[in-house]
Design a protein around this ligand. Structure first.
Ligand code: FES
Length: 287
């Protein structure tokens, strides 16, 4: 009973309007507008309401033509990156009350072309990401296609790169990067951090191939280590740090001072393994 009363009090608390804020939103429809402009909306705020919730309120109640990109609402899909009160943030992870302001300025992420309103064109970032081969490369591609067992990797080897595998491709790091702002060729913190992530993965044998792809103008040597990418990363990937470690690894590789051990071998099935009863069979592979 007491628990029910507590839940009901908390529900009432989140339904109560705490204050009204003004959203100043950059609007731009390339088919209609000569240039971007700012439009204001009054939004009633409840406790726990995010900037994304504010945009949903505007779309449902004030202007159905407002465009942005979002999906998961929980900081996982990486699609709601925006420039909120002069800082690149995920709209679904930014609580309006935490901004401690009655004015919420929302613009699309800098360093990207605008498709419409708050929707940036992230295709250049994705193409750069793809260009560095962000996947496990093996000599035994047949084994990769039809695996006979797991690749051996110790917990310590996993620790070496797991932080850099948390990237959700939100693109906030590129929005904050001063080098991206001035150099179209620069691969950017997202792609370079993924090079480091896969090069550090002991299951991978694609180091040399990736070094060949990035050892050029626009590669890691263009990074000035401003560190802004790491400041804005919502997942703690720290791409700035990854790029510096990548530079060190490349240098050691060039000077032949560091030899990478061969890629992890395939582990055979455990001896005397028996399927536990009542565990259903896995479904057939779909690809
Ligand atoms: Fe998925 Fe914000 S909606 S990260």
């Amino acid at each position: 009973m007491a628990e029910q009363a507590k839940v009901s009090a908390e529900t009432q608390d989140t339904e109560q309007i705490v204050k009204t804020v003004t959203f100043h939103i950059l609007r731009y429809d390339p088919n209609r507008d000569a240039k971007p402009y700012i439009q204001d909306f009054q939004v009633p705020v409840r406790r726990g309401m995010t900037v994304l919730d504010g945009l949903v309120y505007i779309k449902e109640n004030l202007d159905g033509s407002l465009a942005w990109r979002s999906s998961c609402r929980m900081g996982v899909c990486g699609s709601c990156g925006m420039f909120i009160n002069s800082f690149p943030r995920l709209a679904c992870q930014t609580q309006i009350l935490h901004l401690e302001s009655n004015d919420i300025h929302v613009k699309p992420m800098p360093n990207y072309d605008i498709i419409k309103d708050l929707v940036p064109d992230v295709m250049p970032m994705l193409m750069k990401h793809k260009s560095v081969k962000p996947y496990v490369i093996r000599d035994d591609m047949e084994e990769l296609e039809s695996p006979t067992g797991e690749y051996f990797q110790s917990p310590q080897e996993l620790e070496n790169y797991i932080q850099f595998s948390y990237c959700i491709k939100c693109g906030l790091c590129l929005a904050a990067c001063p080098t991206v702002a001035t150099d179209d060729e620069y691969l950017g913190p997202q792609a370079l951090a993924q090079v480091f992530r896969y090069n550090r993965d002991t299951r991978d044998a694609g180091n040399e191939e990736r070094y060949r792809l990035i050892d050029r103008s626009g590669g890691p040597w263009s990074c000035h280590f401003a560190g802004a990418c790491s400041d804005v990363c919502p997942k703690g990937v720290d791409p700035g740090f990854a790029i510096q470690l990548l530079k060190r690894d490349m240098l050691l590789h060039k000077l032949r001072l560091k030899k990478r051990p061969g890629p992890a071998p395939v582990m055979g099935p455990p001896e005397k393994a028996e399927r536990r009863p009542n565990i259903p069979e896995p479904p057939e592979p779909t690809v």
